[in-house]
Design a binder for this molecule. Sequence first.
Ligand code: SF4
Ligand code: SF4
Ligand code: SF4
Length: 316
Amino acid sequence: MSENTTKEPVTVNLEWLSDCGGCHVAVVDLHEKIEKVLQAVSIQRCPVLTDIKGYPHARVGLVSGAIRTEHDRHAAEAMRENCDLVIAWGSCAVYGGIVGAGIVHSRNEIFDTVYNNCKTTGTHTSPSVEVSPLEKFVTPLDEIIDVDMYLPGCPPHPAFVFDALISLVEGRTPKANKRSVCGRCNRVMKKTSTDSIKSSSSGIPDPALCFLSQGYICMGSVTLDRCLAPCPTNGVVCTGCAGATMQVLTEPNRDIRTEIADRMSRITRIPRQAIVTEIERTAKSHYSYTMASSMIGEKPTFLINKWLKDAEASYE
Ligand code: SF4
Ligand code: SF4
Ligand code: SF4
C-alpha cells in the first residue's frame, strides 16, 4: 500500500446498498477518535449525513450493504469508477450479511413479509412505483466489482474501523487479526457430562463456562473476531455475525456445522451427529450472515444451493 506523503486529507466517499444502516451509524461509535479521523479525511459523499447524489472522485470508497436491487448494482459500479480504493465494509458487503438470508425465500414471500402483511408497520400493500426491482440473488460486493480491502463485522467494532481508516491515511496495511471470537472470550472450554443440546433461551448458563460445554450452540469458534466478543462476554451465544474464520472459508470440506460438532462432541457427551442434525435444522439462523457468499453457499457439504434453486424459480 503506497504511503500518503502529500499531507492532503484523504478524500472518502461512503455508500450504502441493501443493509440496515448500522455500519454507517457505527462510525459515530468511534467517539473522540472520530476527531482524529476527521482531521485526516475529507468526506465527500455520505448518505447518512448529506443528500449528495453524485460520486465525486475520491481516494477511498467505503461501501456497506449487499447487492439486492438494480440500484445497488449501479451504485456499486459508480463507487468503483470513482474511488481509487474500495473497501467492502461490514458483513453485508463482504458476505451478503443478514440481507443475504433473503436468497432462500421467494420474491412473493419477501414482498408478503415486508409489505403485504408486515407485522411491524401494519401495511397491507406493495409499492408499485419508484422501487428498484429486486435482482434474483443477493450478491456480496466483490462478485460485482473489484474490492481492495475487506472489513467484516456487523458492524465491525470501532477499533477495527478506526484502524482501517487510519492505516489508509498512513499508507499501511490494517492490523486485522485472524483469530476467532473464542480468542477474545473469557469462558473456559472444558469437558462436561452435558448430554443434550439446549435452546439459547433455556436455563441460566454458567457465566464462566464455555457455552459449548453447557450444550448451547455458540459459533465463536468458527467466527472471525471483528467485535472483541461482546456476546459471550455478556451472557449471549455468538451467532456468527462477523462471518466465518479463514479456516472455514478456505478449506472446501470444512463447514460451520461440522467444525462446531467436532469441538462440542469432544467436550460433552452429545453425539456428533446430533449436533450436525440440530445445526442443519436451524441452518437458516446459523448460516444467515454468510449464506449468500459463494465461499459458504457452494460448500459441497451443505444445502444452501438446494434452497437457492427453489427460491430462484420464483424469479423466472
Ligand atoms: S453488516 Fe450488520 S450493521 Fe452493517 S449494514 Fe449489514 S446488518 Fe447492518
Ligand atoms: S465457543 Fe463461545 S462460549 Fe465457548 S469459548 Fe468460544 S466464544 Fe466463548
Ligand atoms: S460475538 Fe459473535 S454474534 Fe456477537 S458481535 Fe461478535 S461475531 Fe457477532
